[in-house]
Design a protein around this ligand. Structure first.
Ligand code: NAG
Ligand code: NAG
Ligand code: NAG
Ligand code: NAG
Length: 433
């Protein structure tokens, strides 16, 4: 926190430009693509966007009893950015940051709390800025391109298009207040515009939307919700969470030590929640292979023990039933996801497991982050609910690109304009962009 921000910015840029990988856990997009200008539409039904994991800003205020390093701040008068905090890219900054953002899990109460002396808040509920860019300098763009595209078509930020950010470190069982706020916002927008609302989720945000809809009476949904647009949702969980919890993930940013950042990644209850779901995989599918043991779905308890993270087993128990049954949402659904890219379905480690990187990978089909079997589970809703379910696969489209790509934005525009029928497959490798 006490380091010069010019240096930080340039090192951030250098790191990101050197390695532009599309991340699930760290959103590392600099300079998102600009939205094309388009003819305004006279159909702008109200829309609420629910971002994915790590997909909105968080702020903190601290007054800490102890410090992990003397260079870290002990006390702040004001709220400051916790996510994204560019200081995390500095060696000591990363230690300070982890100590601020990590959660402390209590196995007795089965609850998580902030690190001692740290308050965390989610800024800008109902507005779009906390999901458009994740940092004050507007470098890490997330939903900016999509929101600008909508605005070009006639939407108004904070009015007809709004964001519903949340504390993505926590699974829905520890975020009850969020769902009340979301319900209030839906009702408020409905009253204001006299039209039902579209909900749009990306990645883990889709599970948040599903959980919300699963807990609303059908009459409420019939009245208030026009539809649910789901982008790249890991409906059957994501194998990547196992790799993240085992050995950490820096998404190729060399300044971030994987073993250090693993400490924070393990403390988010959303990671155990997103472990591959039982129904979604063959019983004998090996997710993690080591010289000593092959871990399948039945071996999660042993997995957590072997990686010395037994709290994870309790967190998984607390969260595994939240959305794993994939109870139909009960509203019209557009389920869109990328396919056709190699995606890890098994991580292979050597003796250094879990403290070394995987030495090999087994690939399946997916969007480079989540496998298509998991994302395609929304197909089972066809016939399970009265409302239509539309599924579109985007061949060649990566997980994060789902929120930027012209083809996806055009499709969303069509849906919002009341043309619900969508193609089963769109090959983005053939499009100009
Ligand atoms: C954990 O929760 C239990 C039960 O609510 C409580 O009695 C205990 O003090 C908590 N432990 C810590 C370290 O806060
Ligand atoms: C949306 O709200 C944010 C935060 O209050 C504000 O900075 C921004 O100007 C607003 N955007 C519009 C278009 O009103
Ligand atoms: C794990 O599975 C691989 C591939 O099937 C097999 O070659 C290996 O012997 C197994 N290892 C253990 C420890 O069971
Ligand atoms: C979770 O679901 C399983 C099977 O559906 C059930 O046996 C178990 O009791 C549930 N656990 C909790 C904590 O609700």
């Amino acid at each position: 926190m006490k380091m010069g921000s010019g240096l930080l910015l340039s090192s951030l840029l250098a790191a990101l430009l050197l390695h532009h990988s599309s991340g699930f856990w760290i959103i590392n997009v600099v300079f998102p693509p600009a939205a094309k200008t388009r003819a305004p539409s006279n159909s702008t039904p109200p829309l609420i966007i629910v971002p994915g994991n790590l997909g909105n800003r968080l702020e903190a205020k601290i007054d800490k009893p102890t410090l992990v390093h003397w260079l870290c701040y002990k006390k702040t008068e004001n709220w400051f950015p916790l996510w994204i905090d560019l200081n995390m890219l500095m060696p000591i900054g990363l230690d300070c940051w982890i100590d601020n953002i990590k959660l402390v899990y209590n196995r007795t109460s089965r609850r998580s709390s902030n690190s001692p002396g740290v308050q965390v808040r989610v800024p800008g509920f109902g507005q779009t800025y906390p999901i458009e860019f994740l940092d004050n300098n507007q470098l890490a763009g997330y939903f900016h391109t999509m929101v600008q595209h909508l605005v070009n078509a006639g939407y108004v930020r904070n009015e007809t298009v709004r964001g519903a950010p949340y504390d993505w470190r926590l699974a829905p069982n520890e975020n009850a207040e969020y769902f009340t706020k979301l319900q209030d916002m839906v009702e408020e927008m409905y009253n204001q515009y006299q039209q039902p609302i579209y909900l749009l989720g990306h990645s883990m945000g889709c599970h948040y939307v599903l959980y919300f809809l699963n807990h609303q009476p059908q009459e409420w949904k019939n009245k208030y919700i026009r539809g649910f647009i789901s982008l790249g949702s890991p409906w059957g969980g994501a194998v990547k969470t196992l790799g993240v919890m085992a050995s950490g993930e820096n998404d190729g940013i060399p300044m971030i030590s994987k073993i250090k950042v693993r400490e924070e990644q393990r403390k988010m209850t959303t990671n155990p929640w997103m472990l591959p779901f039982e129904d979604a995989w063959p019983k004998d599918h090996v997710f993690i292979s080591t010289p000593n043991f092959n871990y399948t779905h039945r071996d999660y308890q042993r997995f957590f023990k072997d990686i010395s993270f037994e709290d994870g087993w309790y967190m998984w128990q607390d969260t595994k039933n939240l959305t794993a049954a994939l109870q139909p949402p009960g509203v019209e659904v557009w389920c869109m996801y990328g396919v056709g890219l190699p995606t890890t379905v098994t991580y292979v480690y050597d003796e250094e497991f879990p403290n070394g990187d995987p030495v090999d990978f087994v690939y399946g089909d997916g969007d480079d982050t989540v496998d298509s079997m998991s994302m395609g589970l929304c197909k089972r809703w066809v016939g399970q609910q009265k409302k239509p379910v539309h599924v579109t696969e985007y061949r060649g489209l990566a997980h994060l690109d789902m929120v930027f790509h012209e083809e996806v934005l055009n499709q969303i525009q069509q849906i919002l304009e009341g043309k619900p029928d969508t193609p089963k497959e769109i090959d983005v490798r053939l499009s100009t962009k």
